[in-house]
Design a protein. Structure first.
Length: 454
């Protein structure tokens, strides 16, 4: 996150030294203008429109999205980080914050002792965006009359910020998608069917901000982070778009109609070969994610979807709300931390609240495979504490009443995935190449049709 030293004292000095109206007229070229061009001729420049009447009357350049671009799918999610000043209503003074723009919402943040703290949020929808020729700043006045001054570090960054902030004031989900029938619900969200401008179906998860806790809002941040990585694989449910608006957050996803793997296991008894088809596809997704330094952290039956309920090879891994990017520690090992996930599927290093690698996903996959074959968890108990205790012990057994007739290769793969030592645990690529899969006829992966939506 860039840090910009732009104190109130400096701002006051700028205000006092503001050039005259005549001088401003000579220096009319702002950070968006180009030499030898009148503002009215710059409608398509950086996707902006200039309000020349407003400029001549008030010495501010109003920035608006071009009407022709209003309904276009943006190539990347709206995201900015930097410094911003907000004018307080009571004392009428400026207060500086770090900020994070997610779609149409600005989150104000402060950092104390290396810890990021939330200081509120502001919706930019229907706001006015402008710049002033004498300053590099971008100003936004919201619909509720909140005044923000964004502080880019240079003119190139200012141009990008101006375009992004102007887009943020006008981007609504109803301009891009029509929402339809109910598909499902969770504690803080519901999922509905949606259709884009080409009548292609999508799934839209709607979360009410009033009901959402901070952890859930953090999960949205991770979904946006995952979207920004631009990852696309036929074994992964694609996050298409995110709309962060005043009352609701909308996550637009590829529509997968075959239900969850949990539903599939409840409706039919899977053979060992069925389990091979499912697990091979899951490992295909993990190989791709881990190659891109992404750890899922919540792999379970509920988060594995089927494109076609009748085709167990049509698996897609979903829900990246707990995913994270692993980064090198002092020893150069790519790790992350935090007690995230579902207890029954949690790796021992998560249960011990240690730093961990992408190997935690392999452990979760081992639990998933064990449950697919036996309909039981390898580590079970009366409560979460007992489950965690058994996970830390790491003793895996295969009771005869569930495992008679199951191949030695299947048990061997599960043991290698449920290895207590993460450095000795089999990798996603190693598991995908295990002998257990040698007798499986692998169907070609499905075409990633929805990647064109990204």
């Amino acid at each position: 996150m860039s840090i910009i030293r732009h104190s109130l004292e400096n701002f006051v000095r700028l205000e006092r030294s503001r050039p005259s109206r005549e001088a401003l007229a000579r220096r009319r070229r702002s950070v968006w203008s180009a030499p030898d061009h009148h503002p009215e001729e710059l409608e398509s420049f950086a996707g902006l429109e200039w309000d020349s009447k407003m400029m001549s009357m008030t010495d501010k350049i109003v920035i608006k999205r071009s009407a022709s671009k209003k309904y276009m799918r943006i190539p990347d999610p709206l995201f900015l980080e930097g410094r911003v000043r907000r004018k307080t209503r009571l004392l009428n003074v400026w207060k500086e914050f770090e900020f994070r723009l997610q779609d149409s919402t600005v989150y104000l943040l402060s950092t104390a002792r290396g810890e990021e703290r939330d200081k509120g949020s502001v919706s930019l929808l229907d706001g006015e965006v402008w710049t002033e020729p004498s300053l590099c700043s971008i100003f936004v006045r919201t619909k509720n009359h909140i005044l923000l001054e964004f502080l880019p570090t240079n003119q190139e960054e200012a141009q990008k910020w101006g375009d992004t902030l102007a887009t943020a004031t006008e981007r609504r989900i109803e301009d891009s998608y029509s929402l339809g029938g109910f598909l499902g619900s969770g504690n803080f969200s519901e999922v509905v069917i949606g259709y884009d401008q080409h009548r292609q179906a999508v799934a839209v998860k709607i979360m009410q901000k009033k009901k959402a806790d901070q952890e859930l809002l953090d999960s949205v941040k991770r979904e946006i982070q995952f979207l920004r990585l631009r990852l696309a694989h036929p074994r992964i449910v694609q996050t298409v778009d995110v709309f962060d608006q005043k009352d609701n957050i909308y996550i637009v996803m590829e529509c997968v109609s075959g239900g969850t793997l949990l539903n599939a296991t409840e409706s039919k008894c899977l053979t060992e070969n069925d389990c091979k088809l499912v697990m091979f596809s899951v490992l295909e997704a993990l190989v791709y994610l881990h190659e891109h330094d992404v750890v899922h952290r919540d792999l379970k039956l509920e988060n594995v979807l089927l494109q076609d309920q009748a085709d167990l090879s049509s698996v897609k891994v979903a829900d990246f709300g707990l995913s994270e990017i692993v980064k090198p520690n002092r020893k150069g090992v790519k790790v992350t931390s935090g007690m995230y996930g579902t207890p029954y599927y949690a790796a021992p290093e998560i249960a011990r609240n240690e730093q961990y690698t992408t190997a935690v996903d392999i452990w979760s996959s081992g639990v998933l495979l064990y449950r697919l074959i036996s309909s039981e968890f390898p580590f079970d108990g009366r409560d979460v504490m007992e489950v965690m205790h058994k996970i830390k012990d790491g003793v895996v057994i295969f009771p005869d009443h569930r495992w008679t007739g199951i191949s030695k290769q299947a048990k061997n793969l599960i043991r290698s995935m449920l290895e207590m030592n993460p450095t000795k645990r089999i990798t996603a690529a190693g598991a995908r190449g295990h002998d257990w899969f040698s007798t499986m006829e692998v169907a070609p992966p499905p075409k990633c049709e929805n990647s064109v939506l990204l």
